[in-house]
Design a binder for this molecule. Structure first.
Ligand code: IPE
Ligand code: IPE
Ligand code: MG
Length: 246
C-alpha cells in the first residue's frame, strides 16, 4: 500500500472505477542505464524492481489482471550477454514470486512460447502454474516471455486448423478464435501503458487491444512508480469508451 507520505502526493483516481485489466510494455531500461553511465543490464535489474512494486500495488488496490511484456520474440536479436541477464533476472523474480504468491493472492500465467527457455526456467514456470491453481481470487499477473502477437495469432490459426481436421470444430467466430489465444478466459486490457517514450505496440497483444485505451509516457520503466500509475489511471478515467457506438 502507499505510505502516508505517498498518499498525499499520489494523483487522485476513482478507486470505485478502476480498469479491470492493465497491460504494460515495460520499456526504457537500457536508456535509463545509459543516462547513468551504467551497462544496459543495470537497467534491467532496476526494471525488475519496478515490476515488483507495480505488481504489488496493482494487487493491493484491486486490479484483477495485469499483463506485462517482459521479453518479445524479437528481443532474441540482442547481444547474448543481455539476453542471458534478462533470463537470469526472470528466474530470480520467479523465485521471489513463488515464495509470496499464495500469501499475496497473485496467480501467474505465461503468454508466449516458453518451451525454448532453459529447463530451470521451465521448472519455475510449472511451479507458478501449480501454485496458481490454489489461488481463486486476488490478482492475475500474465507475464509475456518469448511473446509476439503475430506468433500468437498464427499459433491460434494452426490450432484451429487442427480442430477442423480432426472434426471437433468447423465454425469460427471471434469468441472461438479468442479462446485459442494465450489470453483465453481473460478480458481484454482496458488500459495499455507504455513508458519509455515510444508510441507503438511492438507486437504486443494486437488482437486483445482492439478497443484498449492507450497511454504513453516518456518516463522510463525503472523510474515508473505508483504516482505514474495513478497518472495513467487518471487519464484512463477521463476517456469516453464508445466501442463504435455513441
Ligand atoms: C525493455 O527495456 C526491456 C526489454 C525489452 C527486455 P529496453 O531494454 O528495451 O530499454 P531501451 O528501450 O533500450 O531503453
Ligand atoms: C518491447 O520493447 C518489448 C518489451 C518491453 C519486452 P522493445 O524495446 O523491444 O521495442 P522496440 O524495439 O522499441 O519496438
Ligand atoms: Mg526498448
Amino acid at each position: 500500500m502507499a505510505t502516508a507520505k505517498e498518499s498525499r502526493v499520489l494523483p487522485e483516481i476513482d478507486m470505485a472505477h478502476l480498469p479491470q485489466h492493465i497491460a504494460i510494455i515495460m520499456d526504457g531500461n537500457g536508456r535509463w542505464a545509459k543516462r547513468r553511465g551504467l551497462p544496459r543490464t543495470a537497467g534491467h535489474i532496476s526494471g525488475t524492481k519496478t515490476f515488483r512494486t507495480i505488481a504489488k500495488y496493482c494487487q493491493s488496490i484491486g486490479i484483477r489482471y495485469l499483463t506485462v511484456y517482459a521479453f518479445s520474440t524479437e528481443n532474441w536479436k540482442r547481444p547474448q550477454e543481455e539476453v542471458d541477464t534478462i533470463m537470469r533476472l526472470l528466474g530470480e523474480k520467479l523465485e521471489e514470486l513463488i515464495a509470496s504468491m499464495v500469501e499475496d493472492k497473485v496467480r501467474v500465467k505465461f503468454f508466449g512460447d516458453v518451451s525454448v527457455l532453459s529447463p530451470r526456467l521451465r521448472a519455475l514456470i510449472d511451479r507458478t502454474a501449480e501454485l496458481s491453481r490454489s489461488i481463486v481470487d486476488g490478482c492475475q499477473v500474465n507475464i509475456c516471455v518469448n511473446y509476439g502477437g503475430r506468433a500468437e495469432i498464427v499459433r491460434a490459426a494452426q490450432r484451429w486448423a487442427e480442430m477442423v481436421k480432426s472434426g471437433t470444430e468447423n465454425e469460427l467466430d471471434e469468441a472461438g478464435f479468442g479462446a485459442l489465444l494465450y489470453s483465453a478466459d481473460i478480458p481484454d486490457p482496458d488500459l495499455l501503458i507504455r513508458p519509455g517514450g515510444e508510441q507503438r505496440l511492438s507486437n504486443f497483444l494486437p488482437w486483445q487491444t482492439a478497443y484498449t485505451e492507450l497511454y504513453f509516457t516518456d518516463v522510463l520503466w525503472p523510474d515508473f512508480d505508483r504516482s505514474e500509475l495513478h497518472r495513467a489511471i487518471a487519464a484512463y478515467q477521463q476517456r469516453n469508451r464508445r466501442y463504435g457506438g455513441l
